[in-house]
Design a protein around this ligand. Structure first.
Ligand SMILES: Nc1ncnc2c1ncn2[C@@H]1O[C@H](COP(=O)(O)OP(=O)(O)OP(=O)(O)O)[C@@H](O)[C@H]1O
Ligand SMILES: CC(=O)N[C@H]1[C@@H]2OC[C@@H](O2)[C@@H](O)[C@@H]1O[C@H](C)C(=O)O
Length: 364
């Protein structure tokens, strides 16, 4: 176990939207946040992204997975190299398949190879231990959300909402002293977020996303599609619960007959509606809804979320946090927790029976 006191840790995230690798430095002892440092981003080239997209839903040894891992590792080496002075790194990797209660969870990217290439200890494979112990293996950012809420001095329960490829919500009670304390955290995936919107825009318009909600803003919501989507049992299921990126791939077929703008409006409303269902699962109504991830840049989505939840959807920048880097920062923070043997998940965040300290540590 490392000595106590803040360390300069590097965190990386290659998210479900398959856009690229985020990296961020955090100074932390794994309990409190002493400060945030420099950040970086290494986008995937279109042909790299295609390799990753083809490998989605596949497991080690299956076709295309080794090639995807090489793409992930090369992108991480490039993104992390400028930060080689960090004392420790936490690498999330790229989730290719996630089936808690089934085949497990699989993030491409070998931390042992990266540790050797970069000359620093790398913590990786953060989710497997939680899944092996009966948890969902996701979401894992909640322990970091707890630390953020404490750092900025919040005193009432708030919700963090991440709008990445998939959406996830964390209800934080910052008056508790530890994240694993009873009632400190409740977290779960709300439903698909940007993934179906991106997939629609890519297939119909040849664009990577509905920039600023421009297409959805001019469309009409197909209420019948929306109602049928919300009838899926996932939304009734009480948390904790988690999703794989393509679990709702059928949503795209459901809007196949809609005009482009109507399809975009319907998918955007579907995301907002699942967030409202998620807020309804919270045992206490949050005082604020703090939004992180790329979806906070979509004003149509943000407006629909505010309308459907009755909460002002505020970007996390309102707290002085960086909504593009929160997840990379989370894995820096979690790496330090792993190195110190502190838990990274608990019953409230993943449904695991007791707190688990996940992750593998590879020395250079
Ligand atoms: N200006 C914008 N307008 C609309 N959407 C945007 C905008 N900027 C970013 N996005 C969306 O945000 C997505 C990227 O979000 P983010 O980087 O948070 O995802 P991620 O980290 O890959 O996902 P996850 O949190 O699921 O792992 C893009 O794919 C796009 O859909
Ligand atoms: C299995 C997996 O990679 N899940 C991701 C995904 O992207 C968003 C949502 O689904 C969340 O559950 C998780 O990521 C964030 C970083 C988390 O673990 O908190």
């Amino acid at each position: 176990m490392m000595q106590t006191g803040p360390v300069r840790a590097l965190g990386t995230m290659s998210g479900t939207s398959l856009d690229g690798v985020d990296v961020a430095l955090v100074e932390t002892d794994g309990e409190t946040l002493a400060g945030f440092g420099a950040t970086g981003y290494r986008p995937y080239a279109p042909e790299e992204r295609a390799v990753l997209a083809r490998a989605l839903g596949r497991w080690p040894g299956e076709p295309g997975v080794a090639e995807a891992a090489r793409v992930v590792e090369a992108a991480h080496r490039a993104a992390m190299a400028p930060f080689a002075g960090a004392e420790l790194a936490g690498m999330h990797g790229q989730t290719l398949a996630h089936e808690p209660g089934g085949r497990g969870t699989h993030q491409a990217g070998d931390g042992a190879r990266l540790a050797r290439a970069l000359g620093m200890p790398v913590v990786w494979d953060f989710r497997s231990a939680d899944v092996a112990a009966g948890g969902q293996g996701a979401p894992l950012a909640p322990f970091f959300h707890f630390a953020c809420a404490r750092r900025v001095g919040l005193s009432a329960p708030v919700a963090f909402l991440n709008l990445g490829g998939v959406g996830n919500l964390t209800l934080v009670d910052p008056t508790r002293d530890r994240p694993e304390a009873e009632g400190a955290l409740l977290a779960f995936d709300t439903g698909p977020a940007n993934a179906p919107i991106d997939d629609l825009l890519r297939s119909r318009c040849g664009q990577p996303c509905d920039r600023d909600g421009a297409l959805a803003g001019g469309g009409r919501i197909d209420e019948a599609v929306l109602t049928e989507f919300l009838a899926h049992p996932y939304f009734r299921k009480p948390p904790p619960k988690s999703l794989d990126r393509n679990d709702f791939a059928g949503l795209l077929d459901a809007v196949a007959d809609c005009a482009d703008a109507d399809a975009a409006a319907t998918l955007t409303a579907a995301v907002a509606a699942t967030v409202a269902v998620g807020v309804g699962h919270c045992p206490r109504r949050p005082a604020r809804l703090l939004v992180t991830g790329g979806g906070r840049r979509n004003p149509v989505l943000m407006r629909m979320i505010a309308e459907r939840t009755g909460l002002a959807a505020e970007p996390v920048e309102a707290l002085g946090l960086d909504g593009d880097m929160l997840e990379a920062q989370a894995f820096a923070f979690l790496a330090v927790r792993v190195a110190r043997g502190l838990p990274t998940s608990c019953p409230g965040t993943t449904g695991v029976a007791r707190p688990v300290s996940g992750g593998r540590i590879s020395q250079p």
